[in-house]
Every structure is written in structure tokens, then in C-alpha cells.
Design a protein around this ligand. Structure first.
Ligand code: GLN
Length: 483
């Protein structure tokens, strides 16, 4: 049952092959069996079974949607009413959200069953899921390796089939990078496509929620439920949501794919480059033409991001002060002691590093030199995407420079860890959508292909990914021991 796609499961629910309660029980059992992956922070079996019962009623009375009765899971960055929402941090270990994020409400309304909350890097800062207060997540393809981050729990759970699909968030690559390292499909929508209301903020001008699934078709169904204007998010964009499934089968003849030379140069594992070449050859067979392009400012993405994202995080995380909610130190002697020790004890090392970098970059003496400069670079990078996408329909490239690395391997070297997102970060700075699909293996570990499109071109990206998945089977592979 667990290896079936969302569409197949939806069909099984309709023909009565199984009920949502049975399906939910089967997934809860799998979560229990595979606790060693550490993919979940909180499992909510009672809530899930209640939702499954309600879904079975909808399935019986004909008001069900495609997601009704399907077991999913939420990254623990999305607020869930009455359920612990930790954001992977000791700071919020005691936080029971008093309301639902818009994304959670929308998926609930579609009838999806939530199995629980998924592990993640603390406050979504990381590329390996090792900064979580709840410990590292293991990659189901090789348990000595990381699943990527920050949505590492989401990627591991979907790859191991502990949930049919999951939510993720992507500030600099956190949907696409773990999707690539775990061999699943992950879509970062256009900035503003999916509401950020109730999604705990890391870097507000970059954060975007999206689906993590086993196929592009599943992602289309999930995005359909998640996307849309939300008056409660001032950066939500009021653009109509198209039918993401309608165009999945459109042929790719005439499609122009741009390959930026900056994506295929030094630093990319040759085994990944070779795998990507095969995937691109597949697209040629599907009728696409390929064009070499150049995006000269891509190389500036990492330094610009590591000024802008920490700057925004230093402002966003100032609310965690030990007063209003979250962790509070024991026996503070005065207010300063309360602030200092609550934050000192509640935040992990990487979060503190980011707050310090951000505060420094925003300080009066350095604001122009760092923050303003980084914003100017952001503008240049955005222009690179606009120029490229005026010339070609979509851009393709790697998602990660290497396949999943060993747990513990990069924790001592933050710069090396930051370089994991060298191919994904520019996309967030520009705000365009991009997805990652599995296209093969390098030394037995999954390799992802990144497909980047123009603003609000999610339907086109899903069509391009789906066409590849119609003629290949990588997306159907299950890691050894999880079939
Ligand atoms: N790895 C990047 C960071 O640590 C991106 C994380 C993300 O997308 N949330 O900031």
C-alpha cells in the first residue's frame, strides 16, 4: 500500500479497496517501525485517526477531494493548533501552537490526514538536519548519511514512505536539496504563491512553503491545495491558482532548456554531471532543445544570501525573548539575565551564529557595506534570471554539488556546509519557482535535477517533470529496506 502514488491511493480509497482509517493505521505502523530514522518530532496518532474517520465519511458521501483521506505530515515549522510546534529548537520545545498555519488549514480542508510533525534543522537553518535540537535525521538510502536540510525529516519520511507526501519550506534550498539527497520530488513555488502565515519565519523575503512528494503529479495535487492568496500574509500574491494537473500531459516539443555554464563548472561532482547529462538527453528525446547560457552573477549568491538571510533572521528571532512564549531560563535575577540566559540556553550554535552575523551586518557602521551591498547583488542575480528566462523557457542544472554526505562530516566547517546550497540559493534571491526531481544515482546515492522557471510557472515545471517521470522510473524507486 505504502509504495503506491497519491493518485493510486486516492483511487483505492474510492473503490473501497481500503479505508482512510486502514491506510492511516498502516502508515502509523511504518512510522513506529522506522523510528531510527528520527524523521518525526511529534507523531499524532489520535488526531490522525480522527481525521481519517472524517475522511471516510467524506469519501462515502461524495464530497471527497483527491487529498481526502491521504496520510501526509507537516514540517514542524508550520503552526498546528493544539499540537507542539518546535521548529526544531529547544526554544519552542514547550510551544503548543494556538492556531493553524494557512497551509495546515488548507490541507485539512482538503481532507488530508496529518500523521504528525517532521524533524528539521533548528529554525530551518542548515543543510543536513543536524542542527535540530531533536537530533540528526538519517537518510533512508544510507543511514550513515544526512538527508539534507532543513526539511530533512520531510524528505526522509517521504522517501521511506512513512507519509505519502509532506510539506517543506525553502529559504535557500531546503525543499530541493533534501529532495535531491533523498531521491524524491520537491517544489519551491514562486515567492508569494503559498501563504507564509503561521509558518515560523526565518528570512521573510526568501521563505516559501511547498510540496515534497514521490512524483510531480503528487506535487501538483498537493500544491493545488496549498497555493493561493491569503490576506493574512502581506507578501502573498493575488494571482489566480491554475489547475496544476490539467497540463501535466502536454508534450514538450519546442521547449527550450537553458544550461548555465556556471552550473556545470568546477565544484560539481563529475558523477553527478554525468547523471544530469543523461537526464538532459532524455529531454532532447522528448522534443526539447538545449541552449548554453551564462548567468554571470550566480557566483555571488552564497555571499549575498549569507548577509541577507542572517540579517532577516536576527530581526525575526528577536521575538524569542523568554517573556512571551517559548523557553525561559530558571531563576532569572533581572530582565537582562532573563533575556540573555533564555536566548543563550534556548538557541543552538548555528542559530546564534546567524543572529550574530545578521546583527553585525545590520549595525549602523556596516549596514551600507554589507546589507545594502548584498541587496544590490540580489538585484543583479534577479536580472540574470530575467535575462535568461527571456531567452529560454526553463533553466536546468544540478541541485547539489555532491550526493548525501556523512552524518558529522561537515558540522565543524560552516562554510563547507553553506556551499551545499550553491545551486539553489540564487533561485530564492530571485523569487522564481524551481523543483528537484530524482534522475539517477552516483555511487548508489540519489541525484536530483533542478528545473527553474519563470514567476508563477509552477504548472509548466510540473508538466516538464511529469513528462520525464512518464518515461523513466527513478521516482518509483524505494530505498532498500523500505519497499
Ligand atoms: N541551508 C540554507 C541555510 O542554512 C537554506 C536553508 C533553508 O532553505 N531553510 O540557510
Amino acid at each position: 500500500m505504502h509504495t503506491k502514488s497519491l493518485v493510486e491511493l486516492a483511487q483505492g480509497l474510492r473503490t473501497g479497496a481500503f479505508s482512510s482509517v486502514e491506510l492511516t493505521q498502516a502508515f502509523l505502523q511504518r512510522i513506529d517501525q522506522h523510528q531510527d530514522l528520527n524523521a518525526f518530532i511529534t507523531v499524532t496518532p489520535e488526531l490522525a485517526l480522527q481525521q481519517a474517520q472524517a475522511a471516510d465519511v467524506r469519501l462515502a458521501d461524495g464530497t471527497a477531494e483527491l487529498l481526502t483521506g491521504i496520510p501526509i505530515a507537516q514540517k514542524d515549522i508550520f503552526c498546528t493548533l493544539g499540537v507542539k510546534t518546535s521548529c526544531g529548537s529547544k526554544m519552542l520545545d514547550n510551544f503548543i501552537a494556538p492556531y493553524n498555519a494557512t497551509v495546515v488549514d488548507k490541507l485539512n480542508n482538503a481532507g488530508a490526514v496529518s500523521l504528525g510533525k517532521l524533524n528539521m534543522d533548528e529554525f530551518a537553518m542548515g543543510s543536513s538536519n543536524e542542527t535540530s535540537y531533536y537530533g540528526a535525521v538519517k537518510n533512508p538510502w544510507d543511514k550513515t548519511k544526512v538527508p539534507g536540510g532543513s526539511s530533512g525529516g520531510s524528505a526522509a519520511a517521504v522517501a521511506a514512505r512513512l507519509a505519502v507526501c509532506a510539506t517543506g519550506t525553502d529559504t535557500g534550498g531546503s525543499i530541493r536539496q533534501p529532495a535531491a539527497l533523498c531521491g524524491i520530488t520537491g517544489l519551491k513555488p514562486t515567492y508569494g504563491r503559498v501563504s507564509r502565515y503561521g509558518m515560523i519565519a526565518y528570512a521573510s523575503s526568501l521563505d516559501q512553503g511547498g510540496p515534497m512528494t514521490n512524483s510531480a503529479e503528487d506535487a501538483a495535487i498537493m500544491l493545488q491545495a496549498m497555493a493561493g492568496f491569503d490576506a493574512k500574509d502581506s507578501t502573498s500574491v493575488d494571482v489566480p491558482v491554475p489547475d496544476y494537473c490539467a497540463g501535466l500531459n502536454a508534450p514538450l516539443t519546442g521547449l527550450t532548456i537553458g544550461l548555465p555554464k556556471e552550473f556545470f563548472g568546477e565544484g560539481l561532482d563529475p558523477a553527478i554531471a554525468a547523471t544530469l547529462e543523461l537526464a538532459i538527453a532524455e529531454y532532447r528525446k522528448l522534443g526539447a532543445t538545449v541552449k548554453d547560457i551564462s548567468m554571470p552573477n550566480l557566483k555571488l549568491a552564497i555571499p549575498a544570501y549569507y548577509v541577507i538571510a542572517p540579517a532577516e533572521c536576527s530581526a525575526n528571532l528577536s521575538r524569542f525573548d523568554g517573556v512571551r512564549y517559548g523557553y525561559r531560563c530558571a531563576n532569572p535575577v533581572d530582565l537582562t539575565d532573563l533575556y540573555t540566559r533564555s536566548r543563550g540556553e534556548g538557541f543552538g550554535k548555528e542559530v546564534k551564529r546567524r543572529i550574530l552575523m545578521g546583527t553585525y551586518a545590520l549595525s549602523a557602521g556596516y549596514y551600507d557595506a554589507y546589507y545594502i551591498k548584498a541587496q544590490k547583488v540580489r538585484r543583479l542575480i534577479t536580472q540574470d534570471f530575467k535575462n535568461a528566462l527571456a531567452e529560454v523557457d526553463v533553466i536546468m542544472g544540478p541541485v547539489t554539488p555532491s550526493t548525501a554526505f556523512g552524518i558529522g562530516e561537515k558540522m565543524a566547517n560552516p562554510i563547507e556546509m553553506y556551499l551545499s546550497d550553491i545551486y539553489t540559493i540564487a533561485i530564492n534571491l530571485a523569487g522564481v519557482p524551481a523543483l528537484s526531481i530524482p534522475v539517477g544515482y552516483a555511487a548508489d546515492m540519489p541525484v536530483g535535477l533542478q528545473i527553474i522557471g519563470n514567476y508563477f510557472a509552477e504548472a509548466q515545471l510540473l508538466n516538464i517533470a511529469h513528462q520525464y517521470q512518464q518515461v523513466t522510473a527513478h521516482h518509483q524507486h524505494t530505498p532498500h529496506g523500505f519497499a
